[in-house]
Structure formats: structure tokens, C-alpha cells
Design a protein around this ligand. Structure first.
Ligand code: SF4
Length: 513
């Protein structure tokens, strides 16, 4: 992929050949120039899509009708290719469809760059891409599946009717859920046995002369294994080339930002300032704070101190829910001077950093409260720290005890721990929300601790004003993306600034005094 300010296609492959099918194996990276703003938009939209895939995978049985319907509607909404055989054939091959397939291709490769950086990121990305691929592949009719396999050099052939008749008994006896009628009606694939080890291990297929005979419904297992293996290798290779990519100062901040990206509302803009009094914080922490913030608040009250990771995470959250600078100074000072810090030391060592957080010192940047992705993926807590996401960073036994203290029912705790085991931390948090608010379905997709707070307040009837006032602002990333290619330099500059905010400047002001 090449990057530049202007869109200039250098590929000589005809459009119809480049994206002949709506489903791709992503064997070849894109070879065209794209603008940075398109780069950013594509990446943000694929991330939204993969988040939907993750949420649906946990809240629904995969590939059931509701799962398919919801995923299809998100694919449509985000303008990704979604169906191999629509009634309107023209729309499946025209320029609009081409643009969707191009976006699918390019956005996949952008996220590869962003999500190859750590084991956690790679695992998450592979899982969502595999689920998305499974959805698309199982939408294909058998003939299209075969064409797809051949196009991608997976030479798995179906066996002839004569061979089926000759092997009928063996196929019925060896294949899972296959009757005599099904053998004749459905396709069987002949696959080298080493490509079908999972099915061989489970004794689900007939083996003969080094080949496994795979019933039509199981071929997806083989293809998915192949897809997963290729993607995993590709991510490892991509990770090796990262130093070169990171040397490009336009891309590095974008990619870092993406891997911690949260696509949704920006909670840094305070329009609800002063709506919350300091007296309310204790009760709000029990009712409307997510577990990460409840834990930080409790530690602050108990120890009269928080280390810098906790102060940043909690301080920005409090700012996001509406504490003014004066309130924040008062809040932190009152608590710290109850511990080992006297008023003078607080004013010298801590007050500056709080004013800085509100954009009143240094570069005067208005800092953004941390999203769940940022909390989960960066700066894990060490001994003595209380920041981080309890669903990601707490030992399961400790998490269980904490949930018991907070009066979550035993069955609720089990559900949460199951989600944690599957590494669905935000969904575990959402389950905690449902259990503590006594509702069946929270009907939002949790991305941000401040979103948790607002949804809770809305539900408890205390957040109508706050919610309304905070609906307008959207992430600068989305705004800048919509400015088009003329805004490229501005996008890069903004993003660099954002990264600087996150990584260097603020941190230095929060070091232990
Ligand atoms: Fe906090 Fe998000 Fe973790 Fe919930 S999922 S505890 S809101 S970081």
C-alpha cells in the first residue's frame, strides 16, 4: 500500500478481476495510493464492524438468523460488501460494489498494521476476522464456495456422483449427521488429510489413501483453519516490518491511535460542568460508575492517595462526568491532605498537573477521558496500582470477591467470569451493568467508562440533561476524516498532537512527586 495526498491508482489489474468476488482471502496487499483521510476513515469503519462482530458473537449464537440479520444490517450501514447474490445483480458488480470491496480489502490491511503489534491485539483481530469470514463464506451457495476455493488456490475438489455411489456406505458411517439421501444430494470434498486434522481428530470424516472426504457443511472448518493460519503468519510478518512503518511519521500516530481506538463519542468536551456536586460522588460511584472507576474511587477514599496511573484514569473520567477545574482541585486536595500530603505539598506537586489536565497549563490541551480500549490495552497496573480494567487486569478470584462484595448474584458472577474467560472484557462489564441496574438487555455497546456513566444516569432518571448536552460532539478522528483529502496534513497534525497528548506530555506532569 502506498500513501499520499492524492488518489492515484497504479494497479494495472482490471477492476472486475481485482475484486471479482465479494469475499476475499486477502492474499495480496493493496497497491494503490490512498489519502491519509481515507486511510483513517476506512480503518475506523472496519473497527466498528469488528466490534459489532465481537458483540454479536457473544450475545447471539453464531450464524443464527438474528445474528445474520444484525451483522448484515451493520455491513450495509457501514458500506461493506454483504451479500453474494442479491436480486439486483447489477448492484453486485457495478462501481458501488467495487468501492465496497476495495474498502473491505484496504481496511483489512490497515488494521493488520495496527493490530499486529502485541499478542493481545493479534488474537482479538484474528478472532473477529475469522468470524466475519465465516459469516461471508457460509452465505455462499456451494457452487460459489467451490469457485472461491479454486480462485484462492485451495484445490479441494468435489467428488463425482459415481464415486459417491461407490463410497455411499463408508461416507454415511464415517460422516457426522449424514444420511443416505444427504450423501447423494450434497457435495463431498476430497481434501489431503493433513489439511483436515481437526475433523480427523474428531473422527468426523471418511479417510482413504491420504484423503479426507468432507461433507459440504464441514468444508467451512477447513477453510477457516486455512484463513486463520494465513492471517496469523501474515500478522507475524507484518509485525517484523513495523519498525519501517513506524519510521513514517504520518503513519505511526495513526496506527498507535487505532490500536487503542475507540470509535464513538468524545467525552472530553465538558458541557455538563458543575451539574454534579462533590457530595454526590460517593453515592454516584456505587450506582453509576463502572467497576474500574468504582475501584479507583474506593482506593482513593481508603488510602487518600492514588498513583499517577490511577490519577490520570480517574481524574479524566471525573472531568468527563462534569467536575469543573475548581471542583477537581478541591476534590483531590481534600482527599490527599487526609493522608500523607499536606496542603502546601499538594499545591506544589499536584495542583499543576490537575490544571494541566483541564488544559490550563502547558500546551493547553483539553485531555480526553480514557476509552475502554485504552484502559484495557495500555499501561497495565503493577503492584500498588489501582488503575486498569478489573475485568482485564484482576485475578479472576479477586474479581469474584469484588463482585460478591458489590452484591452481584452468584449466577451473575458466573456469567461475568465466563465472559472474562473468553476475553470479552467490555461485554463482561456490560453484563455487570445489566445486573447492577436490574435490566435484561442494556441495548448499547460499551466502549467508554463515561458512556457507562451516562447510560446509567439515563436509566436511573438522573442524566437527561447531561445526555442531551453530550450528544453533539463526536470524535475529532471522525470529523477530520470527513474533511476529505484536502485536510490530510491537518489530520496528520491533529493525530500527532493527539498521540503526543496520550503518551508524553500529560504523563510527565503526573509523575510521582
Ligand atoms: Fe472500565 Fe471499560 Fe473495563 Fe468497564 S470495560 S471496567 S468501563 S475499562
Amino acid at each position: 500500500m502506498q500513501f499520499g495526498g492524492r488518489k492515484k491508482k497504479i494497479s494495472t489489474i482490471p477492476q472486475s478481476e481485482l475484486y471479482g468476488q465479494h469475499l476475499q482471502f486477502y492474499g495480496q496487499p493493496p497497491l494503490e495510493n490512498i489519502s491519509l483521510s481515507e486511510f483513517e476513515t476506512f480503518a475506523a469503519e472496519r473497527l466498528k464492524l469488528l466490534k459489532t462482530v465481537e458483540n454479536l458473537g457473544v450475545s447471539h449464537v453464531k450464524l443464527t438468523d438474528p445474528y445474520r440479520r444484525k451483522l448484515e444490517s451493520q455491513l450495509k450501514a457501514l458500506n461493506f460488501p454483504y451479500r453474494p447474490d442479491a436480486d439486483d445483480k447489477k448492484s453486485q458488480s457495478g462501481p458501488i460494489e467495487y468501492e465496497k470491496r476495495r474498502k473491505d480489502h484496504i481496511s483489512h490491511f490497515i488494521l493488520r498494521l495496527a493490530y499486529c503489534q502485541t499478542e493481545d491485539l493479534r488474537r482479538w483481530f484474528i478472532q473477529q476476522e475469522v468470524d466475519l469470514f465465516r459469516f461471508h463464506f457460509t452465505e455462499l451457495v456451494p457452487k460459489q464456495q467451490l469457485a472461491f476455493l479454486h480462485k484462492n488456490n485451495l484445490h479441494y475438489d468435489t467428488i463425482s456422483s459415481e464415486e459417491k455411489t461407490a463410497l455411499k456406505d463408508q461416507l454415511i458411517n464415517s460422516s457426522f449427521g449424514v444420511s443416505g439421501i444427504k450423501v447423494m444430494e450434497h457435495e463431498f470434498y476430497k481434501v489431503p488429510f493433513q489439511d483436515a486434522l481437526d475433523l480427523v481428530r474428531l473422527r468426523k470424516v471418511y479417510l482413504k489413501q491420504g484423503y479426507a472426504y468432507i461433507p459440504h457443511q464441514d468444508i467451512v472448518t477447513i477453510v477457516l483453519n486455512d484463513f486463520r493460519t494465513r492471517l496469523s503468519k501474515a500478522l507475524a510478518l507484518t509485525a517484523r516490518s513495523l519498525p519501517a512503518v513506524h519510521s513514517d511519521e504520518r503513519l505511526q500516530p495513526l496506527l498507535n491511535h487505532l490500536s487503542h481506538a475507540y470509535v464513538g463519542q468524545d467525552y472530553s468536551i465538558q458541557k455538563n460542568v458543575g451539574k454534579i456536586s462533590l457530595d454526590q460522588i460517593d453515592s454516584l460511584s456505587g450506582k453509576s460508575f463502572p467497576l474500574c472507576m468504582r475501584q479507583l474511587h474506593q482506593s482513593l477514599r481508603e488510602n487518600h492517595h492514588l498513583r499517577h496511573g490511577g490519577r490520570m484514569q480517574y481524574g479524566l473520567f471525573l472531568k468527563g462526568i462534569g467536575l469543573s477545574l475548581e471542583q477537581a482541585l478541591q476534590f483531590w486536595k481534600m482527599e490527599f491532605i487526609r493522608g500523607k500530603v499536606d496542603a502546601d505539598k499538594f499545591d506544589k506537586a499536584y495542583a499543576y498537573s490537575i490544571r494541566h489536565m483541564f488544559g490550563k497549563e502547558g500546551k493547553r490541551t483539553d485531555y480526553t477521558p480514557y476509552s475502554c480500549m485504552k484502559v484495557i490495552l495500555s499501561n497495565p497496573p503493577s503492584q500498588g496500582d489501582h488503575h486498569g480494567c478489573p475485568f482485564r487486569h484482576s485475578d479472576p478470584e479477586l474479581l469474584k470477591q469484588k463482585l460478591q462484595v458489590y452484591k452481584v448474584s452468584p449466577s451473575g458472577i458466573n456469567q461475568i467470569l465466563e465472559l472474562v474467560k473468553g476475553m470479552h472484557y467490555q461485554l463482561a462489564c456490560q453484563k455487570y451493568f445489566e445486573l447492577t441496574h436490574n435490566i435484561e438487555d442494556s441495548s448499547f455497546s460499551l466502549n467508554h467508562p463515561n458512556q457507562y456513566f451516562l447510560e446509567s444516569q439515563k436509566l436511573l432518571g438522573g442524566g437527561k440533561d447531561i445526555k442531551r448536552e453530550m450528544d453533539a460532539p463526536q470524535r475529532s478522528q471522525e470529523n477530520s476524516a470527513s474533511k476529505g483529502s484536502t485536510g490530510t496534513q491537518e489530520v496528520a497534525a491533529n493525530t500527532s498532537q493527539h498521540l503526543a497528548e496520550m503518551t508524553e506530555d500529560l504523563e510527565s506532569f503526573f509523575q510521582e512527586a
